[in-house]
Design a protein around this ligand. Structure first.
Ligand code: TRP
Length: 333
C-alpha cells in the first residue's frame, strides 16, 4: 500500500478527561508511531471559537490539550503537530471552498440542524436563534483542514462522518470546476474506539458534567473515582459486571487477565469501595508518569509554544505550496 496521510483535529474546548483519553488520544498516539504514514495532528482552535468565546478559557484549554498529547507520548519530531490558527492558508482555503459550496449542503449539516431543532422544540419564533455563521459553515472550515494537507485518511468518531462526506463533496465540486487539485479524503471510523461511561453512567462527556479529568492529582483522581454512581448492593452480594460503570472503566485500562480477575471478584461480592480502590490503582499506575510529564510541560508554556510554532512551520511548507497552486487555479494569483 502506498504511503497514507492521516490527519485529525482536536477541538480545543474543555479539559481533557478519561473518555477523551481512551476514545481518542490513546489510539491516535499508538497510530502515530507507525513510520509508514504521514501524520498530522492539530489543535482546532478556530473550531473551538464557534462555541467557546471566553479568551482565557480558550487559551487554557488549548495549552492543556497540547500538553496532554505531548505528555502521553505524541512525538512532534515524528508527526506534524500544530495549531490550526498558525496556518493562515486555512482561512484562505476556507473561503475558496465556501464559494464552491452549495448553501443547501450546509442546511443539511447535523450540528446546525440539531440547534434549529432545539429552537423549534423550545417554541422559539426564530429557528436560527443563537446560531452564528461559524456553526453554519463549520463543515467548510473542517474541509479546508483536511484538503490543505492532502489527507487520504481521516480518523474520526461516528458523529463526524457527515462532515467527511461534505469535505469529499466540496473537494469533488472544486476539482470538477477548476481541475484535479484536491485529494479526496477517506473517513476512517473508529468503530472499536471505546466509549467510556462517566460518573453518572451516561457517556463521559463535558456536556453532561460527568467527567473524570485526565491529569488531576492522584488524590483528586481517587476522590473522583469514589463518586462513580453504583447501586445499593452490600459487600458480599454477587455483582453483575455487565453495564457496570466501575467495571467498564476498569476494562478500558486493564489487561484481559486483570479484567477476568475483577469479574471473578464481582461474582464473589466485592464491595463497591474496594472495586473503586482497585480501579483507582489501575488508572493511577498508567497515568502517574504522564501526569508528571504533563505538570512539567504545562509549567513551560514558552517551550510548548516553540514546539507548536515549529510544527506550524513544517506544515506551512505544504499549505503554502497548495495555496500557490490554488490561487492560480481560481485566477487570483
Ligand atoms: N470537528 C472535529 C471534532 O469535533 C474536529 C476537527 C476539526 C477535525 N477539523 C478536523 C477532525 C479535521 C478531523 C479532521 O471532533
Amino acid at each position: 500500500m502506498s504511503k497514507q496521510t492521516y490527519l485529525t483535529g482536536i477541538t480545543t474546548s474543555g479539559t481533557p478527561h478519561l473518555g477523551n483519553y481512551v476514545g481518542a488520544i490513546r489510539p491516535a498516539i499508538e497510530a502515530s508511531r507507525d513510520p509508514a504514514n504521514n501524520n498530522y495532528y492539530f489543535l482546532a482552535d478556530y473550531h473551538a471559537l464557534i462555541k467557546s468565546q471566553d479568551p482565557a478559557m480558550l487559551g487554557q484549554s488549548r495549552m492543556e490539550i497540547a500538553c496532554a498529547w505531548l505528555a502521553l507520548g505524541l512525538d512532534p519530531e515524528q508527526v506534524t503537530f500544530y495549531r490550526q490558527s498558525d496556518i493562515p492558508e486555512i482561512p484562505e482555503l476556507t473561503w475558496l471552498l465556501t464559494c464552491m459550496t452549495a448553501k443547501g449542503l450546509m442546511n443539511r449539516a447535523h450540528a446546525y440542524k440539531a440547534v434549529v431543532q432545539e429552537n423549534t422544540d423550545a417554541g422559539s419564533s426564530d429557528p436560527d436563534k443563537g446560531i452564528n455563521m461559524g456553526l453554519f459553515s463549520y463543515p467548510i472550515l473542517m474541509a479546508a483542514d483536511i484538503l490543505m494537507f492532502k489527507a487520504t485518511k481521516v480518523p474520526v468518531g461516528k458523529d463526524q462522518i457527515q462532515h467527511l462526506e461534505m469535505a469529499r463533496d466540496i473537494a469533488q465540486r472544486f476539482n470538477h470546476h477548476y481541475g484535479e487539485h484536491l485529494v479526496i479524503p477517506e473517513v476512517v471510523v473508529e468503530e472499536r474506539a471505546a466509549v467510556l461511561s462517566g460518573l453518572d453512567g451516561r457517556k463521559m462527556s463535558k456536556s453532561y458534567g460527568n467527567t473524570i479529568p485526565l491529569f488531576e492529582t492522584a488524590k483528586k483522581l481517587r476522590k473522583s473515582i469514589m463518586k462513580i454512581k453504583t447501586n445499593s448492593q452490600e459487600p458480599g452480594e454477587p455483582k453483575d459486571p455487565e453495564g457496570n460503570t466501575v467495571f467498564e472503566i476498569y476494562q478500558a485500562f486493564a489487561t484481559p487477565a486483570q479484567t477476568d480477575e475483577l469479574r471473578k471478584q464481582f461474582a464473589e461480592g466485592i464491595g463497591w469501595g474496594d472495586a473503586k480502590q482497585q480501579l483507582f490503582e489501575l488508572i493511577d499506575a498508567e497515568l502517574a508518569e504522564p501526569r508528571e510529564r504533563y505538570n512539567a510541560l504545562i509549567a513551560e508554556p514558552n517551550e510548548i509554544n516553540k514546539i507548536l510554532t515549529k510544527g506550524a512551520e513544517k506544515a506551512r511548507v505544504h499549505s503554502r505550496a497548495l495555496m500557490d497552486d490554488l490561487r492560480k487555479a481560481v485566477g487570483i494569483a
